[in-house]
Design a protein around this ligand. Structure first.
Ligand SMILES: *[C@@H]1O[C@H](CO)[C@@H](O)[C@H](O)[C@H]1NC(C)=O
Ligand SMILES: *[C@@H]1O[C@H](CO)[C@@H](O)[C@H](O)[C@H]1NC(C)=O
Ligand SMILES: *[C@@H]1O[C@H](CO)[C@@H](O)[C@H](O)[C@H]1NC(C)=O
Length: 953
């Protein structure tokens, strides 16, 4: 890439592009992230304005005389005592222990953005009733076990109570701040404002979106409410304070970029207090520990999707994606806050002592525009919060089975010969893989949906070659479109008017990989439909059914833009980019996944990887942690980064194995394969400038270690697949922090160097150079854990020191679980489709165990549409192991059978017999190893889809 662009630099067409590349090459040698490219809170006008407001008495008062209670919600006006502006508060009690709080201006001079498309439905409400009311407060019943909501009038505040206990308070620190839209006072800008106003009117009729309809309804309401407002204002004795414009309200310059703000200041802020809470999590994406830190002395956590070059660790700086969801946890309760706002957002976290020496965490959200729309998820258990959040934004898409296998990527595999040689290399070294990836160099001059004709003259031959081995490919399709009148994608987008517009109404252009590029407006449903149609086999020439997609640079990355992204005053129909920024990547992946589904006539599950994301992105595919580095710290960081994503619904997460920038030592590479083999998305990737690092290039010993790690992944694919099946149905994370399963064990609350996959596998990867041992915490009093390699049994709860060698991957199976593996590893997961299962039955202290097996075709939607799947319960109790049907009305023919059963923590039986539903009974051979207490049952030979019981006598 770099070499190619040095050549590009000889041409005068792309001077700035070259500058960027020369700079980035220079930077990659000299230092990590150039922090000065990115704003601190102090450098952001709205953040510093908001942060200057200190806790104290709120200037807001709830006008209880305006309170209206309908079946579904309550509304009441809030008056700002200082400037007399009225807000409208809406409260909803939602099904499943949730409360929604919306605050908007009662009468904005123009509509404020409300995030569409993220919620999967209009959340169903439940009846809210007034329990008590006087002139100071209203008490509402929230159902549950004595759950109430207290609305206090002056100062305005909300408290959610359980019995006498406050679970959570809003505006208890008085940090509600809502900058109302206004007309600029000096005349010149007044003109600008009215121009934009009339542009709004024009666009309004053309551009359709859900919030648009809401807005119009709000407009109709306006007239009747106007009257009320006047009444209130008359009744006030004090005059509204004159508001003084502050610097940065109407224009802001950062480095060389000026952000014109035709709408002026529009930021919002609200505080939440969580008494009794010391641990909070979530709000990815940050390269930081799992548990959120106090932001008192430094910057808040920032949520603003950015392409950060060589990001730093332990830092609240924004990264590629943003999910504005925060979880709180203590031994009694887990709760969640979902701040539905797609604008730039900063989150302050402050843990300390509240009143009466109870620990307390205070959280404050600040967003640049939009409205306050927050969902309070009351748990009480971690799983309840996951279910609640899933009911709002959906669950992880159930991926094709093969995408849970191993992916081989590099910037770049140079040409068809290279692809074929790498493919061959895996076979020669007996290492399985399922996907090989092509980065930007495969295209004709960074024109996505095309191929470089010299390097990839016969893409279909190449894809057919992979298909013959039951393997697949991914090509990159980025959202920056080369401005080139001979490029069909560009000319179509331009002629259909699908590009994002700049502030002056022309097509927005910025610099990215192809040089000058346009950015399609993915917020426009018509545009998304068109984009999806470009994945049809007759549109995307050279594509086939085993070709999938990678959406990179979709923050969006704009090399010459402010903070390497898009100007906030760019326009998406009537809205500014400022309003929708964090949603852009979400929509790119949505449209791409839709395209893959459509090209197969709705039959095949898509696989799309994205770098940028938002709440709800889990519905469209996988996410990776972006451009990390070949450093031990980045390997360690991959764990909390993916755990944080899992907590907020995005289970299909991984980090570039080996590290993207720089060159890993053989030891680091091996350790990364070992850790990556136990993380949801398992892909090796490397920067163009790094030496080649296919698994066999580091000598036979390291090849063997990597082979073993990858093979372990393949044997466990049935378990991974089952976890994703569950995740899609329930919203539970696949890779989980220990506290999710052991919510009362304080020792687990800050652990982020080990994790669980589902409930039953505990993994503590080796992430230190030269390590001779790790200490793993095995949780659960009375719980039993078995080392999956030695079958040695350990009791929980304990800190277990484990000596390690280069081949060690400390993994434990929970006693009480049954895990199905496929131990005959072949060259790809599809080749293993009909292979037999080996069951690992790990007995708990009572001698029982339970597990599940899920089987379907691995790639279509037929499990949904035609109930074509097998879902079975495996249960060991009273000395017999049986398989029963969990979904009797579904069916799927499988050739797979049960090859072996290993019972861990067993005793030696005298005889073992197998009975099947047809009345057949046969004896089964077995071996017992007294040293490990493992009983191995040889060849029960029964089909995996039928009822059977094995009796130990
Ligand atoms: C709601 O909370 C109650 C009481 O704490 C709990 O029993 C119930 O399971 C919760 N329901 C949901 C859907 O989370
Ligand atoms: C394990 O170690 C952690 C951290 O040092 C400690 O908090 C915990 O109490 C220990 N647990 C046991 C059971 O020894
Ligand atoms: C298998 O067991 C289930 C109950 O677990 C029963 O409903 C079903 O009829 C059985 N199938 C056969 C083929 O006997």
């Amino acid at each position: 890439m770099i070499i190619a662009n040095v050549v590009n630099c000889l041409f005068p067409f792309f001077p700035r592009m070259c500058l960027y590349l020369v700079l980035s090459v220079f930077l990659s040698i000299t230092q990590a992230v150039d922090r000065s490219n990115f704003k601190t809170c102090d450098q952001s006008a709205f953040c510093s304005r908001q942060r200057a407001l200190k806790p104290g008495q709120s200037s807001y008062r709830a006008l209880l005389e305006t309170l209206e209670l309908s079946d579904s919600h309550l509304t009441v006006q809030l008056l700002n005592n200082n400037n007399k502006v009225l807000l409208l508060l809406e409260l909803y009690r939602l099904q499943g222990n949730m409360t929604r709080v919306k605050i908007n201006e009662l009468k904005p001079i123009k509509p404020r953005y409300e995030v569409p498309d993220v919620l999967i439905t209009d959340p169903p409400t439940e009846l809210m009733s007034v329990v008590a009311q006087d002139e100071h407060r209203v008490v509402l019943s929230l159902g549950g076990e004595d759950w109430r909501l207290i609305l206090s009038a002056q100062p305005f505040r909300l408290d959610i109570m359980e019995g006498p206990q406050v679970l959570l308070s809003l505006n208890s620190r008085g940090l509600l701040a809502f900058e109302q839209l206004r007309i600029r006072k000096d005349t010149i800008s007044h003109k600008i404002s009215s121009t934009v106003g009339s542009m709004w009117d024009k666009i309004k009729s053309v551009f359709s979106s859900k919030s648009q309809t809401d807005t119009e309804e709000a407009g109709e309401k306006e007239d009747t409410e106007k009257h009320d407002k006047e009444k209130v204002s008359e009744g006030e004795e004090e005059e509204a304070e004159e508001e003084v414009d502050q610097p940065g309200m109407w224009e802001e310059t950062f480095k060389t970029h000026t952000d014109t703000k035709p709408n002026g200041p529009s930021s919002i802020s609200l505080d939440f207090s969580l008494p009794g809470v010391e641990h909070v999590y979530g709000i990815p994406e940050h390269a930081d520990g799992l548990r959120l830190k106090n932001t008192d002395g430094g910057d808040p956590y920032r949520l603003y999707n950015l392409d950060v070059f060589q990001y730093e660790l332990f830092n609240p700086m924004a990264l590629y994606g943003a999910v504005p969801v925060l979880l709180s946890h203590n031994t009694h309760r887990t709760m969640g806050l979902f701040w539905l706002n797609a604008a730039e957002t900063w989150v302050d976290v402050s843990s300390g002592q509240g009143s009466s020496e109870v620990p307390q965490t205070d959280v404050r959200w600040i967003s640049e525009s939009g409205i306050i729309d927050v969902f309070i998820m009351l748990g009480p258990r971690p799983n309840d919060v996951f279910t609640q959040y899933a009911s709002l934004t959906g669950t992880q898409a159930f991926p094709p089975l093969s995408s849970l296998a191993y992916h081989q990527c590099r910037w770049n595999y140079n040409d068809q010969e290279d692809v074929s040689a790498v493919d061959q290399g895996f076979d020669e070294h007996d290492i399985p893989y399922d996907f090989i990836w092509l980065d930007i160099e495969h295209t004709d001059g960074k024109r996505y949906f095309t191929w470089d004709n010299n390097k990839f003259p016969q893409p279909k031959d190449m894809l057919q070659g992979l298909l013959d081995k039951r393997r697949k490919m991914v090509t990159i399709v980025d959202p920056h479109i080369k401005v080139d009148s001979s490029y069909k994608i560009h000319t179509e987008i331009r002629s259909r008017g699908y590009y994002i517009k700049n502030k002056d109404g022309g097509d927005y252009e910025g610099w990215c990989w192809p040089g000058n590029a346009g950015y399609p407006d993915f917020t426009n449903p018509e545009m998304r439909k068109w984009w999806a149609s470009m994945f049809a086999y007759d549109q995307y020439e050279g594509s086939m059914g085993n070709l999938y997609t990678w959406n990179d640079m979709n923050e969006p990355s704009v090399f010459n833009g402010p903070e390497v992204t898009m100007h906030k005053d760019a326009l998406h129909g009537p809205w500014e980019h400022r309003d929708i920024h964090n949603l852009y990547g979400f929509y790119v992946q949505m449209a791409t996944a839709e395209g893959q589904i459509q090209r197969s006539g709705g039959l095949e599950r898509p696989f799309v990887l994205t770098r940028a994301f938002f709440a709800g992105s889990q519905r469209y595919g996988a996410v990776w942690t972006g451009d990390n580095a070949a450093e031990w710290g980045h390997l360690k960081m991959s764990i909390p980064m993916c755990l944080s994503l899992g907590l907020v619904g995005i289970s299909f997460c991984g980090a570039d194995v080996g590290g993207f920038f720089k060159t890993p030592s053989a030891e680091l590479l091996v350790r990364w394969y070992q850790a990556g083999a136990y993380q949801p998305f398992f892909r090796a990737h490397a920067h163009l400038d790094t030496p080649r690092r296919e698994p066999w290039l580091f000598g036979p010993d390291n090849t063997a270690l990597i082979r073993e790690a990858v093979r372990q992944r393949y044997t466990l694919l049935p378990y991974w697949y089952l976890q994703f099946y569950h995740s899609q149905r329930t919203g539970q994370p696949v890779m989980r922090p220990l506290w999710v399963e052991y919510p009362e064990d304080i020792a687990t609350f800050s652990i982020d160097d080990e994790f669980l996959i589902g409930r039953d596998l505990l993994v503590h990867p080796v992430t230190d150079e030269g390590s001779s041992g790790v200490t793993a915490y095995l949780p659960g009093n009375g719980e039993v854990w078995y080392d999956v390699h030695t079958f040695q049994r350990h009791d929980g709860a304990q800190n277990l020191s484990i000596p390690v060698t280069m081949s060690s991957i400390p993994v434990f199976q929970r006693g009480g679980s049954i895990i199905c593996r496929k131990n005959r590893v072949r060259r790809s997961s599809s080749c293993m489709e009909n292979d037999p299962y080996t069951l690992y039955v790990a007995l708990d202290s009572q001698g029982n165990a339970e597990g599940e097996l899920y089987i379907d075709d691995g790639h279509t939607f037929k499990h949904e549409t035609d109930k074509q799947f097998i879902h079975r319960r495996l249960s060991f109790t009273g000395n017999s192991l049986s398989s029963s049907d969990l979904s009797p009305d579904s069916q799927f023919p499988t050739a797979s059978w049960v090859e072996q059963v290993n019972i861990l923590g067993a005793q030696k039986p005298d005889a073992v017999t197998l009975t099947t539903t047809d009345g057949g009974e046969s004896s089964v051979g077995f071996e017992f190893d007294p040293d490990t207490a493992v009983l191995t049952l040889r060849k029960p030979g029964v089909n995996a889809g039928v009822n059977w019981t094995l009796h130990l006598r």
